[in-house]
Design a protein around this ligand. Structure first.
Ligand code: M6R
Length: 359
């Protein structure tokens, strides 16, 4: 029930801190270790490559999952769109392991891939929000996202829940392999810190509403740029913006703009820069300068330790592996307010259904 909230999307954005705490409670122990079925850990550890298969927002979460699993578990990961993978399957490694990401567990594009990987006899795990869903029943293993029902078409809490559960999986494998970075990573603590920070960001929503008026009220298009995980969040941020506010938005690798797309920057084009990674912050700032000199209206979302006074939104620092869990929250609110201000139905955008059951 959306209770006193005007829209499910706002309620679901607000649910995120609770979901993070629920994930900590269900998937970690007092001593800081994570609890998932040992067989899942063994099977993934025994594989030589993980293939993440998903669509839409789940696909965007998959990219963050790749970064987490590769860093903590040291296993190579490929991320694929279900609708492409099924019909043009790449050459697979010798011992692949498949992870299907799906909020609904009913997405037909993802299911057609699972049918094929089952036929080929490959092991699989579904991360889904819906117990007993098709993708859950048909995969070897399931981990639940524990996000509670997601009703708004635009996915929000399922995205952050997917990243948190993927981090749990990555740590479980990393710990089992004796990876030092993984063993040092106190995930229960980090996710609890993140839950509180999400609350403070959500409390700032009036500021975000104001900024949206300033940046997006009469624009037809917008860009989100970043590098690494900030690029992955940019893809998700732009999907959210376009699917409900109908502003044409593109998430772009900051360094790639100058290879063509920068031609689209005009006077007043809003460009959102996401900066949460020390390694790439200076480079992304350089790219923001490039677009600014071509007239872009820059909006910078940065972590406190990397921030400049002129940045529009500064977020408290969090563990470097989990920054997408906080940087995505303002972008969800940006999409929400842009849609409200344009007078569209936030929860039920045109041409879209909550779960896509045709290929
Ligand atoms: O239920 P799934 O996670 O498999 O759904 C995948 C996409 O259809 C879904 O994430 C879609 O992109 C959302 N509307 C995005 O907000």
């Amino acid at each position: 029930e959306k209770g006193t909230y005007p829209y499910y999307m706002l309620k679901e954005i607000n649910d995120q801190p609770t979901v993070m705490r629920r994930i900590v409670k269900e998937y970690t122990k007092q001593n800081g270790s994570v609890v998932i079925e040992p067989e899942i850990v063994e099977k993934i550890k025994a594989s030589d490559r993980v293939y993440i298969i998903a669509c839409g927002t789940s696909y965007n979460a998959g990219w963050v999952g790749k970064a987490l699993i590769e860093k903590m578990a040291q296993i190579p990961v490929e991320v694929h769109l279900s609708s492409e993978f099924g019909y043009n399957m790449p050459l697979l490694s010798k011992n692949p392991f498949f992870i299907f990401l799906s909020q609904s567990g009913e997405t037909a594009d993802s299911r057609q891939v699972l049918v094929q990987t089952n036929r080929l006899g490959y092991p699989s795990l579904t991360l889904t929000n819906v117990a007993g869903s098709t993708l859950s029943r048909e995969a070897d293993y399931t981990l639940l996202l524990l996000a509670g029902p997601e009703i708004a078409v635009a996915s929000t809490k399922a995205y952050t829940a997917q990243i948190a559960v993927l981090a749990i999986v990555a740590k479980a494998i990393g710990d089992a392999s004796g990876n030092e970075q993984s063993e040092k990573f106190d995930i229960a603590h980090e996710l609890s810190v993140i839950a509180s920070i999400m609350e403070t960001i959500i409390d700032e929503k009036a500021t975000i509403d104001q900024l949206v008026t300033e940046y997006l009220s009469d624009t037809r298009n917008a860009f989100y740029i970043g590098r690494g995980v900030d690029y992955y969040v940019s893809m998700e941020a732009s999907l959210k913006l376009k699917e409900i506010s109908y502003i044409q938005a593109e998430g772009f690798a900051a360094g790639e703009l100058k290879h063509g797309t920068i031609a689209l920057i005009e006077k007043g084009t809003p460009v959102f820069g996401v900066i949460t990674d020390k390694k790439t912050a200076a480079h992304t700032r350089g790219n923001l300068k490039e677009v600014e000199s071509r007239g872009a209206h820059n909006f910078v979302i940065s972590l406190a330790s990397l921030s400049k006074e002129s940045d529009q939104l500064v977020l408290p620092d969090v563990h470097s592996l989990l920054t997408p869990l906080v940087s995505v929250v303002p972008t969800q609110l940006i999409a929400y307010f842009a849609t409200l201000q344009r007078g569209y139905d936030v929860d039920k955008p045109r041409n879209l259904a909550k779960s896509v059951t045709v290929e």
